[in-house]
Design a protein around this ligand. Structure first.
Ligand code: H79
Length: 479
């Protein structure tokens, strides 16, 4: 009774403010409700593993599964929607879909080439779909009949990838879909005793697969859960907390995304008291936080992920069906994410033959070239908390502040406003020359453009002198 009343107060509080669509803010402790399966901590994790996750900043997603074979086309019809959901769009029964396993033979697959490509692109980690919604496992799971072991390829392709990426010093993260279209015990909701029994079996099966992944591949650094939005899972919030604990017992230090979690009341990502569950927020899929309204994102770790076409994660034959972002547009999103204190993961959907499509190779190349010159404004960098300027974004690492210029002004003066008691003492273009800095008013500077226009986004590193008493307050916008 008391609990119900408290929840009502909480919900009212959130809607009356007119921000029903936003995450509830932290409540005063006395108004918080008791949760058995809510947040495990307040604030960011500060251990070495989390620090590494955060410092990596740039990652790549690999969406590879049976869906790569039809590539968005079924019985001569091309579906424009996400290729990895084709089974749903074309209403293909599981027994027919899994026959695609007979065609899984990626003759051009070379994990060393994949790892070198990632290394050259400058990504510090790769998130691999171990099992997407379709249920096909890229590892020889002993709990499923739909695995790589039952294809002509036979070998443990996930293991080959893990080894190759690790050999290049790249962290491996596992994507895992709880939702499994191939499993007869999966339930979208629990409406009967029979559902309850079947779903309990399904959760045990999932535990077994996760334990299998965590023990077979002990170098995995992170689990990124997906397919956790159904009512059946929301009614079993206890299980999501259990999974996180179970994985952390097997792999101390492993990081886990918020999308796994649901609390006692089925509230996801953020618990009923407004606290983040899991280690980092993973709701930014194909979008970024709003730089003005979402200042709060700097309070927790977060990671965004993006597709290159509008919404294709798995391989789709025809990218002309939606707008394809240019490498510069992808780069700008990477920089924007880091400037707001987050990570960015760029998606790749390898072809069924094991090669990457030319557009993705070119993208990796262009990003890599830029990162090789300018990577120091990305890796280990964070939100700088300086006033947003229209020429681009700021990032910060310790005492260094980086200006990442995407829109140079005709005036050729880059306006910089520094926080109180902060002086700019020097400005240098990365892998270039020093540029002029002029103080034009109190805490206002003009930083010069490089003499020769770089013709591409460039980075200026600022050396600053701060009064020890200066505290960087939050401003009106992120960057
Ligand atoms: O793996 C990629 C996507 O396939 C997967 N996540 C990324 C990383 C993803 N697909 N869809 N979604 C995430 C969002 C889910 C949308 C849903 Fe629905 C809304 C699921 C249930 C309601 C749309 C409508 C899909 C089914 C019904």
């Amino acid at each position: 009774m008391k609990r119900t009343l408290q929840i009502t107060v909480l919900l009212l509080g959130v809607t009356v403010g007119g921000f029903a669509q936003r995450q509830p803010q932290k409540l005063p402790a006395e108004q918080e409700i008791f949760l058995k399966y809510g947040a495990d901590r307040l604030g960011k994790r500060q251990d070495e593993n989390m620090k590494k996750f955060r410092d990596n900043r740039l990652g790549a997603f690999i969406h590879w599964g049976l869906y790569a074979i039809p590539g968005g086309e079924w019985n001569g019809k091309v579906y424009n929607e996400a290729a990895e959901w084709l089974k749903v769009w074309a209403k293909i029964p599981t027994n027919e879909w899994v026959k695609l396993m007979e065609q899984w033979n990626p003759t051009k697959f070379n994990p060393k080439v994949w790892a070198k490509m990632a290394k050259k692109m400058g990504v510090k980690y790769v998130k691999i779909t171990t099992k997407h919604h379709e249920g096909f496992c890229l590892w020889p799971s002993k709990y499923s009949q739909y695995t790589i072991a039952q294809t002509p390829y036979k070998k443990d392709i996930l293991g080959e990838m893990v080894k190759a990426y690790n050999d290049e010093g790249i962290d491996v993260h596992f994507y895992f879909s709880v939702l499994d279209w191939s499993h007869s015990d999966y339930r979208y909701d629990i409406k009967s005793k029979e559902d309850e029994v079947a779903f309990a079996r399904f959760l045990e099966f999932t535990d077994n697969q996760l334990k299998e992944l965590a023990t077979r591949y002990p170098t995995v650094k992170d689990f990124w859960f997906d397919g956790t939005w159904d009512t059946s899972i929301k009614k079993n919030g206890w299980w999501t907390a259990h999974v996180e604990q179970m994985l952390k017992e097997i792999l101390p230090g492993v990081t886990i995304n918020s999308r796994l979690r649901a609390d006692d009341y089925g509230k996801r990502h953020f618990d009923s008291n407004g606290h983040l569950m899991g280690d980092y927020e993973s709701g930014y899929e194909r979008r970024l936080p709003d730089p003005v309204k979402d200042l709060k994102v700097t309070r927790w770790d977060w990671e965004a992920c993006m597709t290159v076409p509008e919404n294709q994660w798995g391989y789709h034959k025809d990218w002309s069906l939606s707008y394809v972002k240019t490498p510069l547009e992808v780069l700008e999103r990477i920089v924007h994410a880091v400037s707001m204190g987050g990570n960015m993961v760029v998606n790749f959907g390898p072809q069924p033959d094991g090669d990457f499509r030319p557009e993705e190779k070119e993208l990796a190349n262009i990003i890599g070239k830029w990162m090789s010159v300018n990577g120091e404004c990305i890796y280990g960098c964070d939100y700088a908390s300086w006033d947003k300027q229209s020429w681009g974004y700021y990032t910060r690492k310790g005492k260094d502040v980086y200006m990442i210029v995407f829109n140079p002004p005709y005036s050729r003066h880059l306006m910089v406003k520094t926080p109180g008691n902060t002086k700019i003492t020097k400005a240098v273009v990365l892998s270039g020359k020093e540029v002029g800095v002029k103080e034009i008013a109190y805490n206002e500077y003009h930083v010069d453009m490089p003499a020769k226009d770089p013709g591409a986004p460039f980075v200026i590193k600022l050396q600053v002198e701060e009064n020890a008493n200066t505290s960087n307050k939050y401003r009106e916008a992120l960057t």
